[in-house]
Design a protein around this ligand. Structure first.
Ligand SMILES: *Cc1c(COP(=O)(O)O)cnc(C)c1O
Length: 484
């Protein structure tokens, strides 16, 4: 492990000297009450500029990132973040935009460009997923889910519908049941059938007038497309239950089909997944929510409006709105990157994204299916879910496979999700990887499968190449450093 920067401190070593105070600054200081002055100098590491540069450069090399490694983390869509989007987001006019600048009157033209970008992004997203309006405010997919559920609740409340339940398949991401629960609904879990899709009989048994919504990921978290989606939508709408689209897997169908055309009423998109914006260690993300016309009145404040004179403004006064869910413009820098990404690729480029993402996932599936179990053995969409049950019989679990991949220079796939697959390994290569990179990942997975048969003991000490090796997860759970 590298030393902390405090441990590198040498008394009086300096990287930067502050200039002497000017007379006017000294004069200013006289007006600050003496109780606000520190009596001790701050405890800062005393290091040279080069010490600082090396420290942070070396720390950054400890980080696993897309710019350095293949990152097939299923469901998370860890695709390359094009540098053109970063450059434009760093332009001074965008990066220095203060959220409190006036929007329109009194010199407000300063924000018109930003508002126009947001307005156009909303229009593009509407077109891409077949919705009638978008809010760009939510800051993550999970935040979008909660916003969506609040919109659905507002819709039912306004119509006088008595709704208490939300149906969610057992393959769903954990954020779905939590969003529905926080939104005040009882979650009914619907089992999957042998094909990995929502069991239609079980669905019909659970569906009645008290169902507010059905939350679906499509293709689902097994990387499979539901062929009954139109029937499902019709049955849901017959009891005025709304269809919620968890957009985490939009990368599989981008430019090919639109959730709005499949019958979905509300969608969230994860711009940090499908639209190539940085995930950034759990944020900053962005989870815009799109709705069909019947839900527009409840959209959160503020919304962006285009005035008759062609100028843009944020509108706050909206009688039926669910209110604020985020301040100012949402996560502006991220929204801007997604806007640039959409314009960079254009309509054809976006549909090539899903074509290549799906081909890459199927290629990996075909190459690994002889050595790893595939519980749902049909062609997949943009990701496939293997199981390490065969290896586990020799004592090598999905976790061990993941650790072995780290030593071979790959970020592990998502493991132990979805919950309905034992020893799950969910592999999502995305469209941005070359065939050579994918081939070397396949090679590593095949070597690992081989090693699991010949030397299963060797796995338990992995990873060996990192400064932090195998963590004692039981101890981590038992001996909590922080308690809430
Ligand atoms: C990532 C993901 C979410 C949550 O999105 P965040 O942006 O991480 O909050 C929800 N559902 C699925 C299927 C996901 O993969």
């Amino acid at each position: 492990m590298s030393k902390l920067i405090f441990e590198k401190s040498i008394p009086n070593r300096k990287g930067y000297s502050l200039p002497e105070l000017t007379d006017s600054e000294k004069e200013c200081n006289l007006h600050i009450p003496s109780k606000y002055f520190a009596t001790e100098p701050p405890e800062l590491p005393e290091v040279s500029e080069l010490d600082v540069v090396r420290h942070f450069t070396n720390l950054s090399l400890e980080n696993v990132s897309l710019d350095a490694n293949f990152y097939p983390l299923g469901s998370c869509t860890m695709k390359y973040n094009p540098k053109a989007c970063e450059r434009i987001a760093a332009m001074d006019g965008f990066a220095s935009l203060h959220p409190l600048l006036p929007q329109l009157r009194g010199g407000g033209m300063l924000t018109q460009g930003a508002l126009e970008v947001l307005h156009e992004t909303e229009n593009l997203l509407c077109e891409i997923v077949g919705m009638d309006a978008f809010t760009l405010q939510p800051m993550a997919g999970a935040h979008g889910e909660l916003t969506g559920i609040m919109l659905i609740a507002a819709y039912h409340c306004d119509k006088g519908n008595k709704k208490t339940k939300v149906l969610i398949p057992d393959s769903a991401h954990g954020t779905n049941p939590s969003s529905a629960t926080i939104g005040g609904y009882k979650v009914v879990t619907v089992p999957s059938d042998a094909n990995g899709c929502m069991d239609m009989n079980a669905f019909e048994e659970s569906l009645d007038e008290s169902v507010a919504a059905i939350m679906l990921t499509s293709p689902n978290t097994l990387g499979l497309f539901n062929p009954d989606i139109h029937t499902l939508a019709d049955k849901a709408h017959a009891v005025d239950a709304l269809l919620y689209y968890d957009g985490a897997n939009l990368n599989a169908i981008l430019g090919k089909i639109r959730p709005g055309d499949l019958g979905f009423d509300v969608v969230h998109l994860n711009l940090h997944k499908t639209f190539a914006t940085p995930h950034g260690g759990g944020g900053p993300g962005s989870g815009p929510v799109g709705v069909k016309e019947s839900l527009i009145p409840y959209m959160p404040t503020s919304i962006i409006v285009k005035r008759q004179d062609g100028t843009f403004a944020l509108e706050y006064k909206r009688e039926k709105s669910i209110g604020y869910i985020a301040p100012f413009y949402g996560n502006f820098g991220i929204l801007l990157r997604a806007y640039v990404y959409i314009l960079l690729l254009g309509k054809e480029g976006l549909s090539r994204v899903s074509e290549n993402a799906v081909i890459n996932a199927n290629y990996i599936m075909a190459k690994l299916r002889d050595k790893y179990d595939l519980p749902y053995n049909r062609s997949c969409m943009h990701e496939s879910v293997f199981s390490a049950t065969r290896q586990a019989k020799n004592g090598v679990t999905a976790l061990d496979v993941a650790k072995a991949l780290i030593d071979r220079g790959f970020h592990p796939p998502t493991i132990y999700f979805p919950l309905i697959v034992k020893e799950a390994m969910m592999i999502e290569p995305t469209e941005t990887e070359s065939k050579e990179e994918i081939d070397s990942f396949i090679q590593a997975m095949l070597e690992i499968a081989e090693l699991a048969e010949t030397d299963s003991e060797s796995f338990h000490a992995l990873p060996k190449t990192k400064s932090i090796t195998r963590l004692d997860e039981k101890k981590a759970v038992k001996d909590k450093i922080f308690s809430v």
